[in-house]
Design a protein around this ligand. Structure first.
Ligand code: FES
Length: 156
């Protein structure tokens, strides 16, 4: 197995494990507050989820009919190559960052205005993946994107 494939396999494993951990944490939050969805800040909401198609050099995401149809929207992309946070920043511009929190590796599933919010301990990141509020200290890895015929490609 090449190093690239090994990295992708590790990424897939971590993404799956972290999603389970993240789901367990959300279940704890829900059950601890009368069963209604909530978050550490109480103001953020869950990102919509879009599938991403891993093509080898990148992950492709169709934006039609999703929160990415208009500038300002953001989603969580799930793919066999990992999970990503993808935001539309302009008519043709997108920002893609790793969706695995740099604090303790939970999958980031929340949004509050222009911030991504981690459900585990409330770290907040801007759309470029930079930390706005801890406990996370490190930025999320950012990926180049391209946009053609309604499909965003996240370059890996
Ligand atoms: S794992 Fe994200 S804030 Fe702790």
């Amino acid at each position: 197995m090449s190093e690239t494939n090994t990295n992708v396999s590790r990424r897939r494993f971590c993404a799956g494990a972290c999603q389970v951990a993240s789901g367990a944490t959300l279940a704890t939050l829900f059950s601890g507050r009368g069963g209604s969805p909530t978050s550490p800040s109480g103001t953020d909401s869950m990102l919509g989820v879009l599938p991403g198609r891993f093509t080898g050099p990148g992950v492709q995401v169709a934006v039609a009919g999703s929160a990415l149809a208009d500038p300002g929207g953001a989603v969580l992309v799930e793919s066999t190559a990992g999970v990503f946070l993808l935001a539309r920043t302009s008519a043709t511009g997108f920002s893609a960052v790793d969706a695995i929190c740099s604090h303790e590796s939970c999958t980031i599933t929340g949004t509050d205005g222009a911030a991504y919010v981690c459900p585990c301990h409330g770290s907040r990141y801007n759309r470029s993946g930079q930390v706005m509020a801890g406990p996370a200290k490190a930025s999320l890895r950012q990926f180049a994107t391209s946009f053609t015929d309604g499909v965003v490609t996240i370059a890996l």
